[in-house]
Design a protein around this ligand. Structure first.
Ligand code: C2E
Ligand code: MG
Ligand code: MG
Length: 348
């Protein structure tokens, strides 16, 4: 009849099954050629796993059929896992993945920029570029939701390349306009370090935008360093040889290793906001922040304290020798035009 059973014998994880199911659904979204006509065929999928959902073949087929009935009952053209918990996990993931793919294709991803402020002069020293996925209703899907999906699906590589292109182009426009030279920080994830070609990406972004390398800062979070130590070490050296600055992001949250402060070619550290949240009350956090800043200063590294939201928090870290503050106290991440208006209005 019109029901088919597919046995996927080499599925390693439920996630890989979800991806496969999604590809099957996607391949039926285009009309099929039938004579001179295009035929649209609706497809629903029911997924069951063994072991887990079933022990034998018959039970497995039965559970898959139950899931299929549910998929049809829910409106069809979809995939349903027999296991409810898996279903909830992957339904959301598939929705996110498809949405993200489309947003990238349709060039709807944007960058917002958050000021890094020198607390002594109260002036903006630099900005950090942060990815934003607009929902179309004036809100944004947070990076914490879509970045893991982008990393798992390989979308992070083209997305990351676009981020470097766009941030460099924006910084170049600022440099040659009324805003003037404003260094831009761009985040590089572990996935980009491992599977991408970050040096080539960054070189190309600099070349096509004409941005001076001194106006680009690359932030790599501490965890990525541990996993990709050698790749990171050589990338840092090459970036700094180009004139690009390199910062460690979210410092203090991974397995902070003093060895890489000694061995790596670096320009600075960003102290993670988790150390700031409980300031000024928490004396341990304060001791840690002070110690990190003191150590960085002794090593000749620049520092940024992230996540300052209140004057009390700024007060608590004031005078400990940091270079910059980044936080909602000064400004949230802003679209380029809003940022320009802010720079003008506050004489930042
Ligand atoms: P991050 O690089 O550590 O960026 C700082 C994050 O802290 C941003 O979150 C920013 O909005 C938030 N933040 C800044 N000040 C405050 C504050 O005062 N209070 C609080 N509660 N939060 C503050 P966002 O934009 O959600 O980004 C989250 C993470 O996603 C980033 O952390 C970064 O690791 C990653 N990310 C964002 N954009 C990109 C990108 O273009 N490429 C890559 N590879 N990763 C990105
Ligand atoms: Mg960052
Ligand atoms: Mg950070």
């Amino acid at each position: 009849g019109n029901t088919f059973a597919l046995v996927v014998a080499d599925a390693t994880t439920p996630a890989s099954l979800a991806t496969l199911a999604d590809r099957i659904l996607a391949s039926f979204r285009e009309p099929l050629e039938y004579g001179t006509q295009g035929l649209v065929v609706g497809v629903s999928l029911g997924l069951a796993l063994a072991p887990g959902d079933a022990d034998g073949a018959e039970e497995l087929l039965d559970k898959a059929s139950q899931a299929l009935r549910k998929a049809k009952a829910d409106g069809g053209s979809r995939c349903v896992f027999y296991n409810k918990e898996l279903h909830n996990r992957f339904a959301r993931r598939i929705l996110l993945e498809n949405g993200l793919r489309r947003a990238i294709q349709e060039r709807r991803m944007t960058l917002h920029y958050q000021p890094l402020v020198n607390p002594e002069t109260n002036r903006v020293q630099a900005v950090e570029a942060l990815l934003r996925w607009p929902t179309g209703k004036g809100t944004f899907v947070p990076p914490a939701d879509f970045l893991p999906v982008a990393e798992e699906t390989g979308l992070m590589i083209p997305l990351g390349e676009w981020v470097f292109q766009e941030a460099c182009a924006q910084a170049a426009r600022w440099a040659s306009g009324p805003v003037g030279p404003l260094p831009v920080s761009v985040n590089l994830s572990g996935t980009e370090l491992r599977h991408g070609q970050p040096l080539r990406t960054i070189r190309e972004a600099l070349a096509s935008s004409g941005l001076s390398p001194e106006l680009l800062v690359v932030e790599i979070c501490e965890n990525a360093l541990l996993e990709e130590r050698e790749a990171a070490e050589s990338l840092f050296r090459e970036l700094r040889a180009l004139g690009v600055k390199v910062f460690i992001d979210d410092f203090g949250t991974g397995y902070s290793s003093l060895a890489y402060l000694r061995d790596f070619s670096l320009d600075g550290l960003k102290v993670d906001k988790s150390f700031v949240t409980r300031l000024p009350q928490d004396s341990r956090d304060l001791a840690l922040v002070s110690a990190i800043l003191e150590m960085a200063r002794a090593l000749g590294l620049e520092t940024v304290v992230e996540g300052i939201e209140t004057p009390e928090q700024r007060q608590a870290v004031q005078g400990v020798g940091y270079t910059c503050i980044q936080g909602f106290l000064y400004s949230r991440p802003q679209a380029p035009l809003q940022l320009e208006a802010l720079l003008k209005a506050k004489n930042f």
